[in-house]
Ligand binder design. Structure first.
Ligand code: SDX
Length: 428
């Protein structure tokens, strides 16, 4: 017998079905509420509202749990590769040796991007932000592959759109890096694995064979896996709602890239490094900045702290904190911002303001320190977040399509002027 809740409004009762998920999460199904009562719900920022049911990611903010298709993030970060995690997220199961090989081979056939896409770079101002470039270039793929516009594509045609995007993203990201330096772009070497190929295109030099330190390759796998998926966050919800209008995958992901750009979301990793740098340049007094973050009259926030869902340590931040030390030690890098980050974390975690609000370091707090150690500029950190999040966006877009979800169109409560007559301009 399905559970029900009863809503009593102005003496009238309405029954609401209760939905229970496989992890015993419960939701009131209000899909018929307006039809039966004329009443809608209001929830700014959707802090308490589920947009869908999904089988891709489970996260428990109170217990600091994150699983992709049931597999704990700690195990995937330790044992898997980014391409294997991409396969898991998109197709639902860990691939066999043969399936992973086929997947890798299919991707290697599509890593090149049309030479005409180079012309876009000629138009970007030299100081244009990499995220603006990325959003533009990914959206432009729909121009080069017009067959991707077909909302009634067969499964095979839709899968080719997916493979093309996964294959071309590293090339696009590496070209953005090369163009920022005024260096010639590198082309994909398809005998290298996905991450190694990306790093070679990014840091390789046409003039000589480039050795990429395995420490850097492993660190990149871990970083991309940790960023790969995170259920209905701001950018993923954007991809889903844009895709719900039967918009093609490339334009939907382009919209997600724009949402991720925001400093409250994926842009936080750049903002964290800039914050740590300013604390360092201001004498390194972390307590002063913790006090600023607590002052309601001061717009300053501790970037990399707090999370809409995690009210415990973000499990990804825990893994990244360890990886930070390991990678900097192995690369022999002493980064003073890491020391400041550690001090800041300790001071904040001991402070009543942060304890009371359950504000902990999130995925963005340590990632920027690692990205910088790997040789990226801070403006590129969010582009790397997007490279990692791509399989998650694709998986969620595919799930929304496979489930034939309706176009997203939230309601509102109107609080403007009631009806009034038009007044001719001479009488105003
Ligand atoms: C990501 O959703 C996801 O899953 C996102 C993500 C993913 O993988 O996709 O995990 C990636 O976006 C991580 C978050 C990165 N952003 C930052 O690090 C920016 C700094 N953090 C905040 O701006 C904030 O914590 C948010 C945006 C992340 C969450 O904001 P909420 O849930 O809307 O919480 P809130 O703004 O209502 O804050 C609640 C209270 C407020 O104080 P009071 O009004 O109760 O007195 O906590 C305070 C806030 O002022 N607060 C902070 C703070 N974050 C919240 N105070 C100081 N510094 C902070 N960082």
């Amino acid at each position: 017998m399905s559970e029900k809740a009863t809503l009593n409004v102005e003496g009238k009762e309405y029954e609401l079905p209760i939905i229970t998920g496989t992890e015993n999460e419960k939701a009131l199904d209000i899909s018929k509420l307006r039809g039966s009562s004329g009443i809608v719900t209001l929830d700014r920022g959707y802090k308490n509202t589920g947009a869908t049911t999904s089988a891709i990611t489970f996260l428990d903010g109170e217990r600091g749990i994150l699983r992709y298709r049931g597999y704990p993030i700690e195990q995937l970060a330790e044992k898997s590769t980014f391409l294997e995690v991409a396969y898991l997220l998109i197709y639902g199961e860990l691939p066999s040796v043969q399936k992973l090989e086929d997947f890798r081979n299919k991707i290697s056939e599509h890593t090149m991007i049309h030479e005409d896409m180079k012309k876009f770079f000629d138009g970007f101002p030299s100081n244009s932000h990499p995220m603006g470039q990325l959003s533009c270039l990914v959206g432009a793929l729909s121009a080069f592959y017009p067959e991707s516009l077909n909302p009634d594509a067969t499964e095979e045609e839709e899968n080719l759109n997916i493979i093309r995007l996964l294959a071309k993203m590293p090339t696009i990201v590496s070209w953005i890096h090369k163009k920022s330096l005024g260096h010639p772009v590198m082309y994909p070497k398809n005998d290298l694995n996905y991450v190694h190929n990306f790093l070679n295109m990014t840091f390789g030099q046409i003039t000589e064979e480039t050795e990429i330190d395995p420490v850097i390759i492993n660190a990149m796998h871990k970083l991309l896996i940790l960023h790969a998926e995170h259920e209905q966050n701001c950018s993923t919800s954007t991809v889903r709602i844009v895709g719900s209008a039967d918009t093609n995958l490339y334009a939907s992901v382009s919209a997600g890239i724009s949402a991720l750009w925001g400093p409250l979301h994926g842009g936080a990793n750049q903002a964290v490094i800039e914050m740590l740098e300013s604390i360092k340049n201001d004498g390194g007094d972390v307590s002063k900045y913790v006090e600023k973050a607590k002052d309601r009259n001061d717009p300053f926030r501790l970037m990399g702290f707090g999370h809409r869902v995690y009210k415990n340590f973000d499990p990804r931040a825990k893994i990244l904190k360890e990886a930070c030390h390991e990678i900097l030690d192995k690369l022999g890098i002493k980064d003073p911002t890491l020391d400041i980050a550690m001090q800041l974390e300790q001071v904040a975690l001991d402070d009543e303001y942060f304890i009371e609000r359950k504000l902990y370091p999130n995925v963005d707090f340590y990632s920027g320190i690692i990205y910088r150690a790997l040789g990226f500029a801070s403006e590129e950190f969010t582009v790397l977040f997007a490279l990692g999040r791509l399989p998650g966006w694709i998986a969620q877009w595919k799930e929304m399509h496979d489930n034939k979800e309706p176009i997203g169109r939230p309601r509102q409560i109107y609080v403007g002027e009631t009806e009034r007559e038009y007044v001719d301009i001479e009488n105003r």
